[in-house]
Design a protein. Structure first.
Length: 280
């Protein structure tokens, strides 16, 4: 197989190259929210900066984008997460949990380091009022006091425990090279999914399933400490993904020709070389 294979049409392949490709209005809404509630990335950023992330959920995981200060949409995700291909319904719900908006936090005091979740502060107030109300109506102190203390502690620490459990079913990567590589694979996989969704051919559905596993495997390889040793395996997975996309294109083309000459002149699939790999 040569380095050049046919890949999807620009419309399909352009997905995931920018945030919310099919819904530009969503990006503008998320950008406006980020400007109001968090730190956007600009020339004043340092290594310690933690810019707000905008999560774009997909069927296979998510892409987390930063918000540039100049107003232009980013062309590379800050983070990409891939959900296990055999995810159950509960594990898919964990994906929504991990990509929720970040919790609002309240500083304890100017002289006290640390902060408290806004939700934990709200629970503390509610549990205090509920405990005082219960004790005012005859409830023993030893019964009401533990609930008043434990409720805000759980509200503060339970989300972190749930995050850890949810991440057991997700592989996430960061870094310029790793994200660009996985971004290319995600675009190709999306093309396979689109081809399978518009056809009843078994080979297209099977190609989409294989692409899903390739995405999961690649995310795992990118998490290994020695990515150089995994480079050959990463290259092999992208070659296979491109080959699947090429086969899907040929299958759709044959379908168009069989359906009638009117479809034969529809836009074709263009050729391009494979892109750089994480270590290039």
């Amino acid at each position: 197989m040569t380095d050049t294979l046919r890949t999807p049409t620009p419309t399909a392949a352009a997905q995931h190259r920018r945030p919310f490709t099919l819904d530009p209005g969503r990006w503008e809404a998320e950008r406006s929210r980020a400007l109001r509630t968090g730190h956007v990335r600009d020339h004043t950023c340092t290594a310690e900066c933690e810019p707000v992330l905008v999560y774009e959920r997909t069927r296979w995981g998510w892409l987390a984008w930063t918000v540039p200060g100049d107003g232009t949409p980013p062309d590379r995700p800050h983070q990409i997460g891939v959900l296990t291909p055999t995810a159950s319904h509960m594990q898919r719900l964990s994906l929504r949990w991990l990509t929720r908006h970040p919790a609002h936090r309240l500083a304890l005091a100017p002289t006290i380091p640390g902060s408290l979740r806004l939700s934990a502060a709200a629970v503390a107030l509610i549990s205090l009022l509920a405990g005082l109300f219960a004790m005012g109506h005859g409830a023993p102190v030893e019964a009401a006091l533990p609930g008043m203390v434990l409720a805000p502690i759980l509200a503060e620490h339970l989300p972190g425990r749930l995050d850890a459990r949810a991440r057991e079913h997700v592989r996430s990567v960061e870094g310029d090279g790793a994200c660009r590589y996985l971004q290319r694979l995600a675009s190709l996989h999306t093309c396979l999914v689109q081809a399978a969704a518009g056809s009843d051919r078994y080979e297209l559905r099977r190609a989409a399933e294989i692409g899903r596993h390739l995405l999961w495997d690649a995310a795992g390889l990118l998490q290994t400490p020695d990515t150089r040793s995994a480079s050959a395996q990463l290259i092999a997975r992208e070659r296979l993904m491109v080959q699947l996309a090429d086969q899907a294109a040929q299958s759709l083309k044959r379908t168009h020709i069989e359906d009638g000459p009117a479809d034969a002149d529809q836009p074709g699939w263009h050729e391009r070389p494979l892109g750089p790999y994480p270590l290039d």
